[in-house]
Design a protein around this ligand. Structure first.
Ligand code: NAP
Length: 259
């Protein structure tokens, strides 16, 4: 299927690894010029090189913490009229809410709610004027099915989801859609880090925790960044202009519900 994206441009935040990289690669395979971002320069450059080699599309890198206004400005300077914006950042730490002070909450809100909103604010009117725009926010299964130890994620991402739900209905008449991707368990550094922490806390072997978590998955496996990237590319495609304000759960059936 031709996604109708050849020649388009995208800003993909937090994309040197994991799910952001999956989105960048999938878009680049459709002929989209991508602007990548992450804090670690070496991994960012390596991913940029990999995507250039695999797809031949122009790839620009903007190193830095995406929650910093200067980095957001640099992203917009590198890609001033993006057709596609993929909002993503690292997930907040796990823990007990009694241990979180205001500063911890503000960091989570910054990364998983306010930065996406700032970048949407900076790009959406240009998309409306050009009559094409696709905004994707990588959120989490925790928006639908909270995980107690991920209270920072449950809270911050629910805030973004509520904001997007209103705006997505205002932009769709201009062929600008806004949708959220809700990953369940995907085999990335983030997931592996969580399993390592759990193994350490329970004095268990990492492999044992990994095998048990995988056995809990109805699919019998974790998702791959390529799978999430493919869903992102479809929602960004020319064919997806009638899909907006949706929360697409990609979890291999882990969250059990009828609707
Ligand atoms: P990952 O494999 O750890 O990759 C995170 C990427 O984001 C890296 O490229 C990292 O590079 C970059 N990054 C992190 N913080 C950043 C920041 N402040 N500014 C710029 N770049 C930043 O994580 P992932 O699994 O892809 O997760 C992506 C998002 O999905 C996270 O918010 C996570 O909580 C959420 N999520 C993941 C899963 C899962 O199963 N994997 C499930 C639900 C939700 P640097 O560290 O070099 O900056």
């Amino acid at each position: 299927m031709d996604m109708g994206l050849k020649g388009r441009s995208a800003i993909v935040c937090a994309s040197s690894k994991g799910l952001g990289k999956g989105c960048a690669l999938a878009l680049a395979r459709e002929g989209v010029a991508v602007t990548l971002n992450a804090r670690g320069y070496e991994a960012l450059e390596a991913t940029a090189g990999e995507i250039r080699k695999a797809t031949g599309v122009p790839v620009t890198v903007v190193p830095g913490d995406v929650t910093e206004p200067a980095v957001q400005r640099a992203l917009l300077a590198a890609c001033p009229a993006p057709d596609i914006l993929v909002n993503n950042a690292g997930g907040p730490p796990r823990g007990d809410f009694r241990a979180w002070d205001r500063a911890v909450w503000l960091r989570a809100l910054d990364a998983n709610m306010l930065t996406p909103i700032e970048l949407i604010k900076a790009t959406v009117d240009g998309m409306i004027a050009r009559k094409f725009g696709r905004i994707i926010n990588i959120t989490s299964i925790t928006v639908k099915s909270p995980i107690a130890s991920l209270g920072l994620s449950n809270g911050a991402r629910a805030g973004l989801t509520g904001f997007v739900a209103g705006l997505a209905r205002q932009t769709v008449a201009h062929n600008v859609t806004i949708n959220n991707l809700l990953p369940g368990s995907f085999d990335t550094d983030r997931l592996r880090g969580g399993m390592k922490e759990a193994a350490k806390a329970a004095s268990e072997a990492y492999e044992a925790v990994r095998a048990r978590d995988m056995a809990d998955q109805p699919a019998g496996r974790f998702g791959t960044a390529d799978e999430l990237g493919a869903a992102c590319a479809f929602l960004c495609s020319a064919h997806a202009g009638f899909i907006t304000g949706q929360n697409l759960l990609l979890d291999g059936g882990y969250f059990s519900s009828t609707l």
